[in-house]
Ligand binder design. Structure first.
Ligand code: FAD
Length: 599
């Protein structure tokens, strides 16, 4: 699977499992003494910062208000990519940096979670478009091939119309005159973020979800810690740190305001919607990238499904629950259907999800501690798709560092710059530079050997080969922990009732090792059952709840409340998908919140 050298990495030193049993001890650790860094926000950027800082030898706490990756980091297009369309914006530096990261992730840091995906660019006009696209994709290959850890993604290929229809027979013959095929990386974004957290914990970071920062502790003008509210017990705690890092993505403005700082709209949340379709709905062995009037549209193979997206529109409403409307769905279907022989119907859509891009305008800025000042004014007149995906690091107050923007692919670069700024702010000048480029994620360790041995392992563990391969691609070397659970209780080796693509053991493991505390943690982010099919997820919720209840100490009333909350959220999403406008969808959400529907 990989020619990287993840195997050579040292084994983890501390237990990495995020079991419910360690919560009290972790909170005690967070609240006693002073940390070097407290990181707020458990998306890919906050998790990346935690790993960066702990591997520099700093003491680190990481708190997340909801669940790991519950914000934008579970709702992306799932590409680890240079961003072909940034070449069009002539942003070579951004593309080069992202391709370097893609290469590291594919070959070294997470070969179990990041896989090559072929993508077809159908050409609609003769000659000129082929030359233009070919040049761009060629440059993409050249930039990508200069990388040290290269996993040798195949080079791009020019295809005739017949050649393109052979790999993608579902395309309408009149919709193209030829095509260019190229490769990028694909990742399970939520599992990737979770593994970053676990890797940081294995190195000594203290990380807990369901801890929301509700205020800051300030002494003589400096931020010296934060007040965190435990969402499970409603208790508040004070966590002290030499520097607090905000990695709260679309919530940057709100969290910064807790420190009494009002810099205005630093981050402009832009809604991106994806549809999930069954594999049979598009006859193609490769993904598709289509030019749209505003941007591009991807249709990417994802297990037994297709992920199709995305949109790019402002979302000035409740950030906790961006909603896809009927208009979003119709737009995506009409763009996709413009190239398909057999149009996909609305009834074919299995699931829909929406996320918020944390777009910033004042990019690449690192300001010194106390050098407060507004970042460049947001280009409010620009469409969101025209705003750069670069990131910003700033220090609006002594003791407070804020990172926002960027994209999943470049989380490591963002984390390194952020921790550099935090080290400067905290006066930890002798801390070493970032080392995460040579720090494979936990599941990367042992993965290549297990992949080579998978046939023997399948026989010895009595797990059929396709299932074992799927588990290896989700858990990497950590699969041995899952197999252990199945050995102790054989009933857990059975499929999860209602979502048979997953095993019952995966639900148990989500709690005992992966910090899941609620049904949606398990069905949306640990497994992706709810992302793959709304219907399956609803059908599997009771079985999942039965497995979760004893592990999380739920009585029958709590279990029913958890099931109700899960169902109400699914119902809200379904109602919103019939709404025509964002305003209507936001009103439905406000109504649900007013009825105190909680999820
Ligand atoms: P988030 O993941 O949103 O994390 C912020 C976290 O902060 C949240 O979990 C939130 O709960 C927490 N938080 C907020 N307030 C508090 C508080 N008070 N206390 C504690 N915690 C708090 N990038 C790519 O590289 N490839 C792609 O294919 C791609 N596709 C995308 C498609 C879409 C539609 C979108 C929206 C984005 C896409 N991106 C992609 C970008 C990428 O997903 C984001 O840049 C990235 O996930 C942002 O991570 P983050 O950690 O900054 O934010």
């Amino acid at each position: 699977m990989s020619d990287g050298n993840a195997e050579e990495a040292s084994s983890p030193g501390l237990p990495s499992g995020l079991s419910p049993g360690r919560r009290a001890a972790d909170i005690a650790k967070l609240t006693s003494g002073q940390l070097d860094l407290l990181i707020v926000g458990g998306g890919v950027v906050g998790a990346g910062c935690a790993l960066d800082a702990i591997t520099r030898g700093l003491s680190v706490g990481l708190v997340e208000a909801e669940d790991w990756a519950s914000g934008t980091s579970s709702r992306s297009t799932k590409l680890v990519h240079g961003g072909l369309r940034y070449l069009q914006m002539l942003d070579f530096r951004l593309v080069h940096e992202a391709l370097r990261e893609r290469d590291l992730l594919l070959g070294h840091l997470a070969p179990h979670l990041v896989h090559p995906v072929p993508v077809l660019y159908p050409l609609r006009r003769v000659a000129l478009e082929r030359a233009y696209v070919g040049l761009g994709v060629g440059l993409y290959d050249v930039l990508g091939r200069s990388m040290r850890h290269s996993r040798r993604l195949p080079r791009h290929k020019h295809l005739s119309k017949d050649g393109a229809l052979r790999v993608a027979p579902g395309l309408r013959a009149q919709a193209l005159v030829g095509a260019v095929e190229y490769y990028d990386g694909q990742v399970d974004d939520a599992r990737f973020t979770l593994e970053l957290v676990r890797t940081a914990v294995s190195r000594g970071a203290v990380a807990q979800n369901r801890l929301k920062v509700v205020g800051f502790v300030r002494e003589r003008g400096r931020v010296v810690g934060a007040i965190v509210a435990d969402r499970e017990t409603s208790q508040e705690h004070e966590v002290r740190a030499k520097v607090v890092v905000l990695a709260t993505g679309a919530w940057t403005e709100e969290t910064e305001a807790l420190a009494g700082e009002e810099r205005g709209a630093l981050v402009r949340p832009s809604k991106g919607v994806h549809l999930v379709l069954p594999k049979s709905s598009i006859r193609s062995s490769v993904g598709l990238i289509l030019r749209t009037e505003k941007s591009v549209l991807f249709a990417l193979p994802w297990g037994e499904h297709w992920v199709v997206g995305t949109t790019d529109t402002d979302w000035p409403y409740d950030k906790g629950q961006p909603l896809a409307t009927g208009a979003d769905i119709e737009y995506l279907l009409s763009e996709l259907n413009s190239v398909l022989e057999h149009p996909v119907q609305r009834a074919d859509v299995e699931a829909v999800y929406a996320g918020l891009r944390p777009l910033v305008a004042g990019v690449g800025v690192v300001r010194g501690p106390g050098e407060m000042g507004p970042l460049d004014e947001l280009p409010k007149l620009k469409a969101p798709s025209k705003i750069s995906r670069e990131h910003a690091v700033s220090s609006p107050l002594p003791g407070l560092v804020v990172v926002s923007g960027g994209k999943l692919t470049t989380y490591r670069v963002m984390a390194a710059g952020t921790v550099d700024a935090a080290v400067a702010s905290a006066g930890l000048g002798d801390a070493p530079k970032s080392r995460t480029g040579s720090e494979p994620l936990l599941g990367a360790r042992g993965f290549c050997a297990l992949w080579q041995q998978r046939h023997a392992l399948s026989r010895s563990e009595r797990v059929d080969l396709p299932t074992l391969e799927r588990l290896l691609r989700r858990y990497g070397g950590l699969v041995t922990e899952l197999l252990e659970i199945m050995k102790v209780d054989e009933s857990l080796a059975a499929p999860l009732e209602g979502a048979e693509g997953y095993l019952r053991a995966e639900v148990v493991y989500a709690v005992t090792h992966e910090g899941a505390r609620h049904i949606d943690d398990v069905l949306i982010r640990r497994t992706r059952a709810a992302m793959e099919s709304r219907r399956l997820a609803l059908a599997s919720a009771p079985a999942a709840a039965d497995l979760l209840a004893p592990l999380l100490g739920w009585d029958s009333v709590t279990k029913q409340a958890e099931l109700d909350a899960y169902r109400q959220r699914a119902e809200l999403e379904m109602a919103a998908s019939l709404a025509e406008t964002d305003e209507e969808a936001a009103a439905l959400l406000a109504g649900a919140r007013a009825r105190q529907v909680h999820w």
